[in-house]
Design a protein around this ligand. Structure first.
Ligand SMILES: NC(=O)c1ccc[n+]([C@@H]2O[C@H](COP(=O)([O-])OP(=O)(O)OC[C@H]3O[C@@H](n4cnc5c(N)ncnc54)[C@H](OP(=O)(O)O)[C@@H]3O)[C@@H](O)[C@H]2O)c1
Length: 458
């Protein structure tokens, strides 16, 4: 039995009186022992009120399905008084005693950290069995002395198609490291800084960037994180329209094909995180915009919510080339490529002379062991097409300019946004798979923890 359990056991056997720590008087700076008093009665609110902070408690009895008698919990109260029921209690997996610099021994709880790990390298279609949700010990929430890192609480994590590529074991190094079986998945997320050793960040800051698919993450290179400058907008937007996919749409559309008013623009995967934003930016530019998507519901969304001029359900079309001819009798100037495969083949003969293709992604290929071939490449020659690969990582220096512009569009109602949010890390593996089955509608993401400062928190 460790020190804490011993103390708890003793408290339980003698437990009739109720020993508590109260504030004796208001403090001027750091608390000294003299400013607190151990007492066995309760006094008025604030001065004399029971002190509140993170403490470890043992549940004596429970009417809540998540707790049973004997559970060790961490909560926001130094006493199991009635109001504690309203505090979120986090189950403690292990407890230790820790000695503070003042020489006093304090019982400190080790938080648990739910995370999603890769179970094995993936071949073929990603399945839930390829991932596992596990609970491990959380990292210390205070950054170690001398560290320039930050510890964050993850609020939202994003599901992005490129994660599938990182689950394949590559013989030759890929553009980004493969995930490692047994280790936590990482991707873009929205986080709250809990503690920081870095001058540019402080506890409470809201940031977005690369993090773990888990509750708490230590980020050793916080220079890679972006500050959230518009917390008045839903924080989840920073996994999508105000985050990496939004910048992908913005830079991929404006920097690569350099669109002009009146041009004909086709977007595949048009209702997804990137596609919905590209389409609306193209409309703002004054282009004629058509999108393809995999269900009638998504086609309706494109036309009614995002203002596309036309859209079609590619799963219902017998002949994709003919569908594109129908939508673009005069041909396509700009193709924003999100899916690849058969769609790319159908687009090539429909391009106009001097057309531009932004090769942003090819999601139709990500779960294939053998990528599909493209038959119509010769049109690149005859139509003098330019097909250009694009990577958002090359455009992060434009981020804050983009953030201002996009936040403005959102506030003015010039741009709409649809997201598909699942609750909790337990639902994350299934959410990621939804990207590849076409079940996601709009930007797919996972709410890990809701923050009360979030205008959209529920
Ligand atoms: N280059 C970069 O820097 C960069 C950055 C971000 C994203 N990307 C790429 O951009 C593309 C769009 O990303 P996103 O985040 O917006 O994803 P997304 O469109 O939200 O992805 C999910 C959607 O993709 C569609 N899809 C899935 N499998 C498909 C298939 N076999 N054929 C056709 N469509 C399929 C499904 O919609 P339907 O119902 O319409 O089929 C699904 O709902 C992806 O290829 C991604 O890899 C590139």
């Amino acid at each position: 039995m460790d020190e804490l359990e011993e103390a708890l056991a003793m408290a339980m056997t003698t437990a009739v009186s109720n020993t508590r720590v109260i504030l004796r008087r208001y403090m001027t700076w750091f608390p000294s022992e003299d400013e607190m008093e151990v007492t066995s009665y309760i006094s008025d609110f604030v001065q004399g009120e029971v002190s509140t902070n993170n403490v470890v408690m043992k549940v004596m009895s429970s009417g809540h399905p998540d707790f049973k008698a004997g559970n060790l919990c961490l909560g926001d109260d130094w006493m199991a008084r009635s109001s504690v029921q309203t505090f979120p209690l986090t189950e403690v997996t292990r407890t230790k005693s820790r000695r503070r610099s003042g020489g006093r021994s304090m019982a400190a709880a080790t938080l648990s950290n739910k995370r999603v790990i890769l179970k094995r390298y993936v071949t073929g279609l990603l399945s839930e069995d390829d991932m596992e949700v596990v609970t491990v010990e959380a990292p210390p929430l205070d950054v170690p002395t001398g560290s320039k890192g930050v510890v964050v609480k993850n609020l939202y994590v994003s599901c992005d198609p490129y994660m599938r590529n990182r689950m394949t074991r590559h013989e030759l190094p890929s553009y980004i490291p493969d995930f490692v079986p047994g280790e936590v998945l990482e991707n873009f997320g929205v986080m709250k800084v809990i503690s920081s050793g870095h001058l540019d960040f402080k506890a409470g800051d809201l940031v977005w960037g690369m993090t773990g698919w888990e509750e708490y993450t230590v980020i050793n290179n916080p220079e890679s994180l972006f500050k959230i400058n518009h917390p008045e907008l839903p924080l989840s937007y920073y996994t999508g329209i105000l985050g990496m996919p939004g910048l992908t749409a913005y830079a991929g559309f404006f920097e690569v094909p350099k669109p002009k008013k009146g041009e004909y623009v086709f977007i595949s995967g048009a209702s997804g995180a990137v596609g919905q934003v590209v389409g609306q930016l193209a409309k703002i530019t004054g282009c004629y915009v058509v999108g393809s998507a995999g269900s009638d519901e998504k086609v309706n969304l494109l036309k009614s919510k995002f203002g596309f001029d036309d859209a079609f359900n590619y799963k219902k079309e017998q002949d994709l080339e003919a569908a594109l001819r129908r939508c673009f009798p005069e041909g396509i100037d700009i193709y924003y490529e999100n899916v690849g495969g058969k769609m790319l083949d159908a687009v090539l003969p429909n391009m106009r002379l001097g057309g531009r293709i932004v090769a942003c992604g090819m999601i139709s290929q990500y779960n294939l062991e053998q990528p599909e071939g493209v038959r119509n490449l010769y049109y690149i020659v005859t139509k003098r097409l330019r097909m250009e690969g694009f990577h958002v990582f090359d455009y992060y220096d434009r981020y804050y300019r983009f953030e201002e512009e996009m936040a403005g569009y959102l506030k003015e109602g010039k741009v709409s946004y649809v997201e598909d949010v699942v609750e909790g890390l337990d639902a994350a593996p299934a959410a990621l798979i939804r990207l590849f089955t076409g079940c996601s509608v709009g930007k797919q993401l996972v709410a890990v923890a809701r923050d009360s400062s979030d205008p959209d928190h529920t």
